[in-house]
Ligand binder design. Structure first.
Ligand code: B12
Length: 353
């Protein structure tokens, strides 16, 4: 575990939040003031892209300031550097943007708060520089069955029939859907993500692949025999801001195939709606999916509000998803009862609750 950094108090975080937009503008204009000629090649869209990137740095910085764990931001910077390199965009200004953000906050916040922010940015910068030229870290992929490669080819060709044939073939062999999802569909989607990152797969191809994967999963679920009902219920949701639903759908399938009733709320569920629904549904376990570090504060808020609403009777809360798989420690930081790395361990946890 990396060392934890100092954090900001709630009022400091609030001040940081109100300064975010100003910081983005100041640093963007500073880039254009000093290096404008280099950016001319990107046209009007260039300024917008620069603004978006710096805004994203701050989105990742915020959880560092709140929870004191810098690694998710460092991972993001290394990942961004690799994405920019694959698209022939210069990356040497990435570290400079962190320096200028440090200067901005040193000028605009009180001395003690500025120390916290500067330390976080310096640490993130050092990690970025140390990782220069290396591949971005990736969460471990579950062991891939040989069918995963065929499945990936079918997804990238946009071939629904072939994709369905792969999954149907596995089911015909007597293999269970939950295993097929873990050892065929997950590795294929992770590979497609890697290929998008190095600019070998377009956004549209990734969208087609995801849509086919989801359709095939639904078809596999309909083919699978429902077990006797256990009378237990789980409520599953992607927290606000998380649009990655496939993993959650796998968790949903696994619970259904273990005889549970499932309230599957899908992508980007507003916190208020999630908490209200939870209070009406008497779930035994609540599962929250979180893909990026910026969503940690949302999870913490959801856990806090559920605790307030239920008191002692609050259902157990498990968290999962990309951000958690890479940094298990964060589950405790947001107040969850458990983290589960995949659909199978999620069901095992649910059964034990
Ligand atoms: C498909 C996809 C999308 C789709 C998702 C559509 C959908 N309906 O789900 C869309 C287009 C929306 C999307 C958007 C984005 N994406 Co995306 N996406 C992917 C991709 C290719 C596959 C995701 C997936 O389904 N994986 C398979 C599932 C099964 O894996 P999983 O989510 O990890 O789930 C497993 C476990 O984590 C766990 N689990 C998951 N949820 C839960 C919940 C509970 C309760 C439990 C217990 C367990 C659990 O169980 C599952 C296994 O059993 C990944 C590549 C990858 N490596 O995953 C990139 C990827 C995750 N995306 C990425 C990015 C950058 C983005 C965007 C920021 C892109 C952009 N600029 O807009 C946005 C952010 C959207 C957001 N705010 O959430 C990056 C993240 C990089 C990083 N630094 O972490 C990745 C890794 C691609 C890459 N290699 O660069 N994405």
């Amino acid at each position: 575990m990396d060392s934890w950094l100092l954090t900001l108090q709630p009022d400091g975080l609030q001040r940081f939040k109100t300064l975010q937009a100003d910081a983005v503008n100041t640093v963007t204009e500073r880039f254009y003031g000093t290096h404008g000629s280099i950016y001319e090649q990107f046209g009007a869209r260039g300024r917008e892209a620069c603004r978006e990137d710096i805004a994203f740095h701050l989105e990742f910085l915020r959880p560092v300031l709140e929870f004191g764990h810098v690694q998710p931001m460092a991972d993001y910077l290394v990942w961004l550097s690799s994405v920019l390199t694959s698209r022939s965009v210069p990356t040497d200004h990435l570290a400079l943007s962190l320096d200028w953000l440090s200067e901005f906050f040193a000028d605009h916040m009180n001395a003690a708060e500025a120390v916290v922010i500067t330390a976080a940015l310096r640490k993130a910068r050092a990690e970025l520089v140390a990782a220069s030229g290396t591949a971005p870290p990736r969460p471990e992929s579950p062991a891939a069955w040989p069918e995963a490669a065929f499945f990936e080819t079918a997804l990238l060709a946009g071939d629904r029939r072939d994709a369905l044939r792969v999954v149907d073939g596995c089911l015909d062999d007597g293999r269970g859907l939950v295993d097929i999802e873990l050892h065929v569909i997950v590795p294929a989607l992770y590979q497609i993500g890697e290929k998008w990152q190095i600019n070998e797969v377009t956004i549209a191809e990734e969208h087609v692949a995801t849509a086919i994967a989801q359709a095939v999963m639904t078809s596999g679920l309909l083919r699978s025999m429902p077990p006797p009902a256990t009378g237990k219920r789980t409520l599953l949701a992607c927290v606000e801001g998380n649009h990655h639903t496939v993993g959650l759908q796998m968790v949903s399938d696994a619970f259904q195939l273990a005889g549970w009733d499932v309230d599957y709320l899908g992508a980007n569920v507003p916190t208020g709606a999630l908490v209200k629904h939870a209070t009406q549904r008497a779930a035994d376990v609540i599962g929250l999916s979180v893909s990026f570090a910026q969503q940690l504060r949302v999870v913490k808020d959801v856990v806090g509000r559920l605790t307030l609403a239920f008191g002692e009777a609050r259902p157990a809360i498990m968290v999962g998803g990309r951000a958690i798989n890479r940094f298990h420690q964060l589950a405790a930081v947001v107040g969850a009862d458990a983290y589960c790395t995949n659909a199978q361990t999620a069901v095992a946890y649910g059964i034990g609750v």
